[in-house]
Design a binder for this molecule. Structure first.
Ligand code: C2E
Ligand code: CA
Ligand code: CA
Ligand code: CA
Length: 280
């Protein structure tokens, strides 16, 4: 390891060049991905812990690159954010999700709330986007709570973006708001109270800790009690075992999401499993 450390500088420049080349290619491909219809939304069911049924789904973007195959959002979303391409991608995600929700309702009479992820960059560069979104919701005659927007704690800390007003206009429009990855950032109780959010998503690192130590259990219990006192419902992320499910259910967690129930699946798969009426 020491050897490597000493030699690192030697290899630094070529690998930087390689990285820059890779990045430029990625940006170029990303610019064309929407037109070429290379994006797809996968859906991961969110389970109501009390009713034991799927009532929501998180839409997660997938990029099927013509040469490289599946590129994970963890790889291309940050690049899309740095280049501003996230705005166009985010609008595509919203439109797809809204159309899907409308289709499920009109064709199958099924109301499943779809959560979409909205990057802080989208709030920053928004322009008229939000009124376009509202116009589409009206056009599709969607139930007011058909769409939920997942935001991260970082957004709440950035006062410059007029976040309070924006989240208020979400509320007026009936769009619900989830605070994603809760516990990984810096937001405090005060933030939860100030921004009238509907759901708090306990980050999967907390869910994982339920297995290993009793502090993890106490922490989740405390988050749930606190959220409920503030009128916020709780969604646990990354639930992989029955053990974690049982602890969370006992602690009064409202919803859960994770591989225990299902991985994110393609639209046809999601519809086959969760949207068609049981006697279909
Ligand atoms: P996220 O919003 O926290 O989404 C949850 C991630 O955890 C997803 O990864 C999901 O597949 C994964 N996951 C769900 N259940 C489990 C589990 O039980 N165990 C484990 N180990 N993982 C689980 P994915 O789909 O790769 O997405 C990664 C991140 O990319 C998302 O994290 C989100 O920040 C971002 N992302 C995905 N789609 C979009 C999008 O449409 N727009 C934006 N802005 N970001 C997106
Ligand atoms: Ca999310
Ligand atoms: Ca998350
Ligand atoms: Ca509330």
């Amino acid at each position: 390891a020491k050897e490597q450390g000493r030699n690192r500088f030697h290899y630094f420049t070529p690998s930087m060049q390689e990285y820059a080349r890779y990045r430029m290619a990625l940006i170029k491909d990303l610019r064309n991905a929407i037109n070429r219809k290379e994006f797809e939304l996968y859906y991961q069911p969110i389970v109501d812990m009390e009713q034991q049924r799927v009532c929501k789904a998180e839409a997660l973007i997938r990029w099927v690159h013509p040469q490289r195959g599946l590129v994970s959002p963890g790889e291309f979303i940050p690049v899309a954010e740095e280049t501003g391409l996230i705005n166009e991608i985010g609008n595509w995600v919203f439109e797809k999700a809204a159309q899907q929700s409308a289709r499920w309702r009109t064709q199958f009479g099924v109301e499943i709330q779809i959560s979409i992820n909205k990057s802080p960059i989208q709030f920053r560069d928004e322009g008229n986007t939000f009124s376009d979104w509202l116009a589409l919701l009206r056009h599709l005659e969607l139930a007011s709570n058909a769409i939920c927007v997942e935001i991260t704690e970082g957004l709440l800390l950035d006062a410059s973006m007029g976040v309070t007003d924006k989240l208020l206009s979400y509320r007026d429009a009936g769009i619900q708001v989830s605070l994603d990855d809760f516990g990984t950032g810096y937001s405090s109780l005060a933030y939860l109270k100030k921004f009238d959010i509907d759901y708090l998503k306990i980050d999967q690192s907390f869910t994982r800790n339920l297995e290993s130590d009793s502090d993890g259990v106490a922490l989740c219990e405390a988050i749930i009690v606190m959220a409920h006192k503030l009128g916020i419902k709780v969604i646990a992320e990354g639930v992989e075992t029955q053990f974690q499910h049982d602890i969370l259910a006992n602690a009064g967690c409202d919803f859960a999401q994770g591989y225990l129930y299902s991985k994110p699946v393609s639209l046809p798969e999601f519809e086959r499993l969760y949207v068609y009426p049981v006697d279909h």
